[in-house]
Design a protein around this ligand. Structure first.
Ligand code: SF4
Length: 361
């Protein structure tokens, strides 16, 4: 089952998440697995998986792959996924592979190569600013630094996928270009590259709406003599306005490159569970269960204001002030790391240094 865009935009509750996980044939992360993973957002945000328990127990270890179809800006929700990837590297010594599906973006949107590449480059800086270990991390931009081994894997994987399977899984129609129909083969190659290279299984942290790519890859991996990948599935994080976060709708998301004024403005317009007047809210309390500010404070900063909210001790302005201060500080630090990592791209590979020189000319 594929989750369509309209469902993604809908607000899932816990029951709906459980139903989707069951339909997908995935499993919820239980207490024991959560303990092993030892991450503050498991299982609150990263809540379900395929084969994670088996892969964590693999004596040879495992790798993590987290790709990105580039966009003009990355938003703060993306950072959470890459922070989880870094956690896997820090805690378990996992090799990290960060491929960019810029070729898919070009095929799907008809964009110019140079434009797509620039987006990949800028997004890459955000990802590397998280602090990955250059000795245990590989970055690949399909349109600039694609490896021969990855192309070969894509060809091999696509030889095991039929057009009818891909159309049924992804809803492609005959008027889509032929590159789009080939692309699941490339996605499978991204996912399986660390397995081919290191002989260990991979884990893919991924949103529910992207799980289908992992399923397709799990079907072809044994036919290629490779271990099936596992995944860790994420719930949807609402945008600051309460709608879906979208890079194309700037008001819905806080971007990694936003400055203090933009952050303040976006948070001041955030969707909350507050009541129409301060008097009412002091008397009855607010509703944290529908409040985006509550969710962001908890997810991004581990701050839980449920008691203060429901007791009417805090008004929405108080929470927005805390969130604005914490978010401004977090993004300032992130932006400083972004500048530092850009100067040192050669630590990851000489090709990335050349890309910087090209884009900074
Ligand atoms: Fe949300 Fe805070 Fe308002 Fe409660 S007081 S509804 S947690 S912003």
């Amino acid at each position: 089952m594929t989750i369509g865009a309209s469902e993604v935009e809908g607000k899932f509750n816990e029951d709906e998440y459980r139903k989707v996980v069951k339909k997908f044939g995935a499993s919820l992360i239980d207490e024991g697995l959560a303990k092993k993973l030892d991450h503050p957002l498991v299982p609150e945000l990263f809540f379900a998986h395929r084969d994670l328990d088996k892969i964590l127990a693999n004596p040879k270890g495992f790798a993590v792959i987290s790709g990105r179809g580039p966009s003009m800006n990355m938003h703060i929700g993306h950072l959470l996924v890459f922070k989880l990837v870094k956690h896997f590297q820090d805690k378990f010594g996992a090799f990290v592979f960060l491929p960019f599906s810029d070729d898919e973006k070009l095929l799907a949107r008809g964009l110019e190569i140079e434009h797509v590449l620039k987006m990949s480059y800028e997004n890459m800086l955000d990802m590397l600013a998280i602090g990955f270990d250059p000795k245990n991390t590989e970055v690949m931009l399909d349109l600039a630094t694609l490896k021969q081994e990855v192309y070969n894997l894509a060809i091999e994987a696509s030889s095991h996928m039929t057009v009818s399977t891909v159309k049924a899984a992804l809803g492609f129609t005959d008027d889509a270009n032929i590159g789009i129909h080939f692309y699941p083969g490339m996605q499978a190659a991204h996912i399986l590259y660390p397995t081919k290279k290191l002989g260990v299984p991979t884990i893919v942290p991924i949103g529910l709406d992207q799980d289908v790519f992992v399923k397709l890859t799990r079907d072809v991996a044994p036919k290629m003599g490779l271990a099936k990948p596992g995944d860790i599935l994420s719930k949807f994080l609402p945008g600051i306005t309460g709608d879906k976060m979208s890079s194309s709708k700037p008001e819905t998301a806080i971007f990694t490159t936003d400055g203090p004024e933009q952050i303040k403005k976006k948070i001041s317009n955030a969707f909350t569970g507050g009541l129409p007047t301060a008097k009412e809210q002091r008397e009855k309390g607010g509703n944290p269960d529908i409040c985006v500010v509550y969710k962001y404070l908890k997810i991004f900063f581990g701050v839980d204001v449920r008691k203060q909210c429901t007791a009417g001790d805090y008004l929405c302005g108080d929470c927005k002030k805390i969130l604005t201060e914490d978010m401004t500080k977090m993004l300032k630090e992130h932006q400083n790391e972004r500048i530092k990592v850009e100067k040192n791209l050669e630590k990851f590979s000489p090709e990335l240094g050349k890309l910087r020189d090209k884009f900074k000319k």
